[in-house]
Design a protein around this ligand. Structure first.
Ligand code: TXD
Length: 319
């Protein structure tokens, strides 16, 4: 049986971390693609030289030629420009939309059967544009944000409750950004919902509100601290989890930006919802009943995504 092939479009901070993780897990051969000359080949060579020490056995190749992604099973897209301090995700729109045009064309021509995970910001708009430009079926193109956002939420909750992060599950809906919707009722410690934990005296509503706020601006907090660039370890490992669910047909239930076709009252829009990821890509969109507050926040989030799509269409009339 042929090895899987993982193509990483964008070999920057997240792309390099993705390559390392994919290699360590022997998910398949790895192609690092970037327009920056030499850099993807340098990272591929560096990682190849880690193989004898770490004991992984995969081929890594760096390239600036789209033909090298041919036959990729999974493509993870981080190409573009990351946020600088003070810059909003939306400021990135114009620059990264053009990048999605080039990446979409490359995928369409060379790897139309791949499962594509987009990470580039502003996420919900970029994954939509990438679907449009690539022409791939919507169930094969998803955006990674929810796994990361819920991981951030889990980390903060575990700290607050002083329990293992392994026993904390968290639920985040909506767009990636300031309008994301963490849902406390569906976030638990070993199955006990957060509102019950508040009743049990484990924490207070005020502290939970602060954690929700910190989760919403979790990316910005790291941008400020790093001073240059944005988060990359947790984003990369989150995308790898989605890729593994596809490659191993695990049917994991993960929050992801998926194309809605009427679910949650939304049509033709990518927004973060729980999905089942299996061998066919997005196998199912999980439509849960939201309480009034979550629905209101979700609607705000959807409106923010809609605005971004309008902005994309204003920049490129072909969209
Ligand atoms: O949750 C999420 N979705 C995110 C998203 C969490 C964190 C960061 N998120 C976004 O991911 C971030 O705002 C950026 O838009 C992407 C990638 O972040 P990264 O930190 O990896 O950025 P880098 O290091 O700048 O890498 C981007 C690479 C860089 O090497 C460029 O040369 C390359 O993209 N690039 C391109 N590659 C291929 N093709 C084109 N056209 C291209 N343009 C730039």
């Amino acid at each position: 049986m042929a090895r899987n092939k993982i193509a990483l479009i964008g070999a920057g901070m997240i792309g390099g971390t993705l390559a390392h993780l994919a290699a360590m897990k022997e998910m398949g051969d790895v192609v690092l693609f970037d327009i920056a000359e030499g850099m993807p080949a340098g990272k591929a060579l560096d990682l190849s030289q880690a193989a004898p020490v770490d004991g992984f056995d995969v081929n890594l190749k760096g390239t600036s030629n789209y033909a090298d992604i041919a036959g990729a099973d999974v493509i993870i897209v981080t190409a573009g420009v990351p946020r600088k301090p003070g810059m909003s995700r939306d400021d990135l729109l114009g620059i990264n939309l053009k990048v999605m045009g080039a990446v979409g064309a490359g995928i369409k021509q060379h790897a139309p059967d791949a499962f594509v995970i987009c990470i580039t910001n502003p996420l919900d708009a970029m994954v939509w544009a990438l679907r449009e430009y690539s022409g791939l079926p919507a169930e094969k193109v998803v955006g990674m944000a929810g796994v990361l956002d819920s991981a951030r939420f889990r980390h903060f909750l575990a700290q607050e409750f002083d329990v293992s992060v392994e026993d904390v599950t968290a639920f985040v809906l909506g767009g990636h950004g300031d309008t994301m919707v963490p849902v406390l009722e569906y976030s638990t410690v070993a199955g006990i919902p957060v509102p019950d934990l508040i009743k049990m005296g484990w924490s207070t509503q005020e502290k939970m509100d602060a954690i929700v706020q910190r989760t919403r601006s979790g990316g910005g907090e790291i941008v400020q601290l790093l001073g240059n660039g944005s988060a990359y370890y947790a984003p990369a490992t989150s995308a790898i989890m989605m890729a593994e669910s596809y490659l191993k047909d695990k049917r994991r239930v993960l929050p992801a930006a998926a194309n809605l076709t009427g679910q949650y009252g939304v049509n033709n829009l990518y927004v973060g919802v729980p999905v089942v990821i299996g061998a066919n890509g997005v196998e199912k969109i999980v439509e849960i009943e939201l309480n009034a507050e979550a629905q209101k926040n979700f609607d705000v989030s959807v409106d923010a995504v809609k605005e971004l799509l309008e902005a994309c269409k204003a920049i490129d009339s072909n969209l």
